[in-house]
Design a protein around this ligand. Structure first.
Ligand code: PLP
Length: 290
């Protein structure tokens, strides 16, 4: 792995004002009692960077603020975080694809100030996932689709640091011979992947599930849907079921760094891959400069 670059967002003083400090990503920076490490009590964003340009920057900052509100964290200083992301992304101008991650935790146990940092590194090669696609396992998430309304303390739809469950789900998929996961609610709604948004194509209709089923609003899906008409598609946000997925002409898992990965099988049953549209979607996503 090419070495990472790191910038810390440091909060100081009674007003917890934030400023940037550059740090060496090769050396430890986090206090052992930071709740990022001990409780996963914080939030993050992962942005894709193409030739030094961060993609969907404002949408990621907006979602970072949304997650902070959901966890009752201090509102991130948008200007400082934007500057930090841009500064780290620019270090990767010589690389075609990289990614930058922002993290904000509640801070060190017993101390009042949050901890924030931004780092970046070069992306893996996702050509195979983007062309050949992924086999997915449908896994029960164990929550109803109204979990965000009934039990907001479960933080459904927030981008929290507690991704151990998402990682465990991918290992379960691998045990079942699949590459990735699509979660389903206990009442049968199609939700999202552990790190991606589901998009279905049925005829000229592109669909994705609504956020209010307790999923993360995807920045990649939003950019694709805003551009749908250039492929003659109508983009619709609507409740979806596993049967809709199985009956779809094509499906994708879309996300910031991997971009658009077509689904080539669901629970071992092959699905058609729309190679031409997948290539067009990935070309569009790669070309974004903001
Ligand atoms: N859903 C979840 C749970 C995610 O973790 C992610 C991204 O990591 C997404 C959806 C896709 O979001 P984005 O397109 O903004 O990367």
């Amino acid at each position: 792995m090419t070495s990472a670059h790191l910038l810390l967002v440091v909060h100081t003083g009674a007003d917890a004002a934030a400023h940037l400090v550059e740090a060496d990503a090769e050396h430890p920076q986090l206090a052992v009692m930071d709740v990022a490490a001990t409780r996963g009590d914080g939030i993050f964003e992962t942005l894709s960077v193409v030739q030094g340009h961060s993609q969907a920057l404002e949408a990621h900052l907006t979602r970072f603020e949304r997650s902070a509100r959901m966890l009752d964290l201090p509102a991130p200083d948008r200007g400082i975080w934007r500057d930090a992301i841009i500064a780290v992304a620019e270090r990767f101008a010589d690389h075609d694809e990289a990614w930058v991650k922002t993290v904000l935790s509640r801070g060190v146990e017993g101390q009042p100030l949050p901890t924030g940092w931004v780092y970046g590194t070069v992306s893996p090669d996702f050509r195979r996932e983007r062309t050949e696609g992924l086999s997915v396992a449908l896994l029960d998430r164990g929550y109803r689709s109204d979990v965000a309304q009934s039990s907001p303390w479960l933080l459904a739809g927030a981008k929290t640091l507690s991704y151990a469950v998402n990682r465990a789900a991918v290992r379960e998929a691998q045990r079942r011979g699949a590459d990735d996961v699509i979660f389903v609610s206990t009442d049968g709604q199609l939700l999202e992947g552990p790190t991606s948004t589901v998009v279905l194509k049925r005829g000229k209709r592109w669909s994705t599930p609504p956020d209010d089923v307790g999923i993360l609003p995807g920045t990649t899906q939003a950019d694709l849907f805003a551009a749908a008409s250039q492929w003659g598609l109508e983009a619709v946000v609507e409740p979806l079921t596993p049967d809709d997925l199985r009956a779809a002409d094509a499906a994708w898992l879309v996300s910031s760094v991997r971009h658009a990965a077509p689904v080539r099988a669901v629970d071992g049953v092959p699905m058609a891959v729309d190679a031409a549209l997948s290539a067009a979607m990935n070309g569009f996503l790669h070309a974004r400069r903001t």
